[in-house]
Design a protein. Structure first.
Length: 423
């Protein structure tokens, strides 16, 4: 994939009608300023308005013109969905809920002065700041990856959007009999089951359209990190001879001129399409603001209100935080974080006591082909004595096996959570 093709994929988003959200000029002050319009930020913006009976003004700063869901995006690679299918405009936050949506990004935050400076140069003061910036990919953790990415040769597509479209084009252009290789970083990373779902989607596409092609799954972890037995059963039964899984393969370097990836231990691998996922950390603005106080990568928070332990009145949600035991970095979990934080923020701004025993829940659905799905689910309660969330004993669990009924549930889950966050 040449850079020109990658940029054409990016431009395609406008053609699909994703630029419907009007840009609003930035006000100078916000009672609650939300940075990032993903599962966490969009939900927080809406729920602060709802829970305050629309009395607290909320400004959402988001550089993209529309929300594009990372969950479900692997189906774009498999060919059963398009980017348009997983895109939701921000219009309802503005029209129905009175959220001021500013299409921009935050360049820096001054926690002492309670001011955010936008990339455009505008400044917004705040009483409460909600940061939900997702993850950043640490390209420097794999030698040569930044150059390969900038050339449009080796992509990640771990933030749904133009790269998802570009990676699909690479798969379509690959000859029958070629090899697609996906590398998985050491946990924690965004969406634990995501890589394993992705290889199912690519294998399903190959099985139908390029039956002599192969999928290599090169995992830095010692075993599949989520729903392992279920995924392995699917690979053996549906994709035998197509998917090959190799654990303990930590990628350390790539050469995009030869499409080769090198590992800490093991032989180099050459593939027609390389999909290399590097180590991940909290989004840049959280790191730059000094909030990444967990190994310099993730943000510690007070789980009662998701306030950063490094800065007062800054609440951090979703994939950027150092999670409680058993919590995944998932869209559903970010949505749950946002509701707890929104309720606490409304209470604090009104001088009320915050909920001393919040609970959150999570479901991660994985499509193993275009119709059948497996899931993992859990419920988490705040344990005051330990100041953290813990999984409720006996809650959740995993599917007995993939079914089309779960596929229906999964698509309905997506529609419902998008409506919950953005409707």
């Amino acid at each position: 994939m040449q850079r020109r093709s990658f940029l054409q994929g990016a431009a395609a988003l406008g053609v699909l009608g994703l630029g419907a959200c009007a840009t609003t000029s930035a006000p100078s002050k916000a009672k609650v300023l939300v940075v990032g319009g993903g599962y966490g930020g969009a939900t927080a913006a809406k729920y602060v308005r709802l829970l305050s009976d629309y009395q607290i003004d909320v400004v959402l700063v988001e550089p993209q013109s529309a929300f594009v869901s990372c969950p479900i995006s692997n189906l774009v690679l498999g060919g059963s969905k398009t980017i348009a299918d997983i895109t939701v405009p921000y219009d309802n936050l503005r029209k129905r809920h009175g959220v001021t949506v500013v299409r921009d990004s935050v360049a820096r935050v001054d926690p002492a002065k309670k001011v955010a400076v936008l990339a455009s140069g505008a400044t917004i003061g705040y009483d409460k700041l909600v940061l939900s910036p997702g993850i950043d990919l640490m390209f420097g953790s794999i030698e040569g990856l930044q150059e390969a990415h900038d050339a449009g040769r080796i992509l990640q597509a771990w933030k749904a959007g133009p790269e998802t479209v570009a990676l699909r084009k690479q798969l379509e252009a690959m000859p029958d009999g070629g090899v697609y290789a996906l590398t998985v970083p050491e946990a924690p990373y965004r969406c634990p089951p995501g890589p394993y779902e992705r290889v199912c989607q690519v294998a399903a596409y190959f099985k139908a359209a390029k039956p002599r092609s192969k999928v290599l799954l090169l995992d830095a972890n010692p075993d599949v990190t989520s729903k392992g037995p279920l995924f392995k059963k699917v690979w053996a039964e549906q994709y035998k001879g197509i998917i090959e899984y190799r654990p303990q393969h930590k990628a350390v370097a790539v050469d995009h001129k030869t499409n080769t990836v090198k590992f800490e231990v093991g032989d180099d691998v050459k593939a027609d399409v390389l999909n290399v996922l590097p180590t991940m950390r909290a989004g840049r603005i959280a790191v730059d603001t000094g909030l990444a106080n967990a190994n310099g990568r993730w943000c510690h928070v007070n789980f009662l209100n998701f306030e950063s332990t490094a800065a007062k009145d800054i609440h951090v949600l979703g994939d950027s935080i150092q999670l409680a035991p058993g919590m995944p970095k998932s869209g559903h979990m970010a949505n749950s974080h946002a509701k707890v934080a929104a309720a606490a923020i409304v209470a604090e701004l009104n001088g009320w006591e915050i909920n001393p025993a919040p609970m959150v829940n999570n479901t991660c659905y994985s499509f193993v082909d275009d119709k059948k799905v497996i899931h993992v689910a859990s419920v988490h309660e705040y344990v005051a004595a330990e100041k953290t969330f813990k999984t409720v004993a006996g809650s959740g669990g995993v599917s007995p096996g993939p079914t089309e009924l779960e596929g229906i549930y999964a698509w309905n889950w997506a529609q419902n959570i998008w409506s919950d966050a953005l409707g």
